[in-house]
Design a protein around this ligand. Structure first.
Ligand code: GDP
Length: 415
């Protein structure tokens, strides 16, 4: 049955996961879908499923993590993961996905550090000032070096890493992280089973000096990016965890810093704190005040559309996919107003009327048919005949073109 999706936009995150090939984007995404799936599906999960390899089970059923947008939930927040291709051959596709996401997580291989494809995607993300966090993955691997990777973020990406965590132990003895915001240790001791959460402990005594040094660096970097922190820092006043988190969010949204976390997605260590950070520090659709487009009649006439259901409908088609069961699906980011199944809209780029067929929200393990969806959301639409990637769909009475860029329109097969 089709449902209406109305969500508090403050609780929506449209994110992309970007990485050089092999850095662990797929594994990190799978782990995210696992942990969010377990939380969301609680009660639906078969007994013992929490400890078996859920992903294997899901893969047999044909998981759609290759979907252009996958929706999941974490702690009352809706996270839409937008596929961001890691390969340089897909530069146009990367650009397109960067336009529709609000924030991103860059995954790094802890051994290789900052690699060329990440540099390419990072530069593209700079163009749109996409707020970004970094996850240094594979810390269990021989030769992994968290600190070298952070140095490379400065040298190769010209970024301002804000280190929020330090690794505890290394390689096969990597057991957790020091959380520099809460000044505590999060650990996964021994063999970590899927679904298992971290334990909160005191910072290990042998790491006390390093933690104090990096807490100071964290406060310095944050104060340079945020006046409220600077004021208290100069006065020598303590900042609460809530104040620090709010400041990290402000500085990240302003694209002044990039929070850095670490772990090993493969061994299930670090993914839950990463999800917490996505919710805490990356923007919601409401953090983007308005998208600026132009009139279809005159490119010089700017039109702003706010992320509100009360505005006229506007949305950007950003990816065409071919689904074996549903046929052609077009992924659309709704920027303003409501997108309703069965309604008639206009493609303001080619001037053609389009009838919206069925509308779906795509999940890791199922798709959900929805009747209408509001601003800020990302959905897959059936039934569009003359719409290509980069085209704008809008209210026939209130037309706008959201981008004039033309992209090639590859058709990809989804599982
Ligand atoms: P992608 O190309 O970025 O999507 O990378 P994948 O997620 O496919 O990972 C590439 C390889 O690295 C796979 O063999 C993974 O099993 C492995 N891998 C991913 N994360 C980790 C990790 O944290 N530690 C280790 N040791 N291997 C990992």
């Amino acid at each position: 049955m089709a449902v209406d999706i109305t969500t508090d936009l403050n609780k929506v995150r449209n994110i992309g996961i970007m990485a050089h090939i092999d850095a662990g984007k797929t594994t990190t995404t799978e782990r995210i879908l696992f942990y969010t799936g377990i939380t969301y599906k609680i009660g639906e999960v078969h007994e013992g499923a929490a400890t078996m390899d859920w992903m294997e089970q899901e893969q047999e059923r044909g998981i759609t993590i290759t979907s252009a947008a996958t929706t999941c939930w974490w702690k009352n927040h809706q996270i839409n993961i937008i596929d961001t291709p890691g390969h340089v051959d897909f530069t146009a596709e990367v650009e397109r996905s960067l336009r529709v996401l609000d924030g991103a997580v860059a995954v790094f291989d802890g051994v290789a550090g900052v690699e060329p494809q990440t540099m390419t995607v990072w530069r593209q993300a700079n163009k749109y000032s996409v707020p970004r966090m970094c996850f240094v993955n594979k810390l269990d691997r021989t030769g992994a070096d968290f600190f070298r990777c952070v140095d490379m973020m400065v040298e190769r990406l010209n970024s301002t890493p804000l280190v929020l965590q330090l690794p505890i132990g290394a390689e096969s003895d990597f057991l957790g992280v020091v959380d520099l915001v809460g000044m505590r240790a999060l650990t996964w001791r021994g063999e970590t089973k899927m679904g298992e959460d971290y334990s909160v402990e005191e910072i290990p005594a042998e790491m006390a000096d390093l933690a104090a040094e990096y807490r100071e660096k964290f406060l310095e970097t944050l104060s340079e990016a945020d006046d409220a922190v600077m004021e208290k820092y100069l006065e020598g006043e303590e900042l609460s965890v809530e104040e620090l988190e709010a400041a990290i969010r402000r500085a990240t949204l302003a694209d002044k810093v990039n929070p850095v976390l670490c772990g090993t997605a493969f061994k299930n260590k670090g993914v839950q704190p990463l999800l917490d950070a996505v919710v805490k520090y990356l923007p919601s659709p409401l953090d983007i005040e308005a998208i600026i487009g132009h009139s279809p009649k005159d490119e010089a006439v700017e039109i702003a559309r706010k992320p509100s259901d009360d505005e006229p409908f506007s949305g950007l088609a950003y990816k065409i996919a071919s689904d074996p069961h549903l046929g052609k699906l077009i992924y659309v980011r709704v920027y303003s107003g409501k997108l309703e199944a069965g309604s008639t809209v206009v493609n303001s780029v080619n001037g053609k009327k389009e009838r919206i067929g069925k509308v779906y929200q795509m999940h890791a393990n199922k798709r959900e048919e929805i009747a209408s969806v509001g601003a800020g959301q990302i959905v897959a639409v059936m039934g569009l005949k003359d719409t290509k990637t980069g085209h704008t769909l809008c209210d026939p009475q209130n037309q706008v073109v959201l981008e004039s860029m033309t992209f090639p329109a590859p058709v990809i097969e989804v599982a």
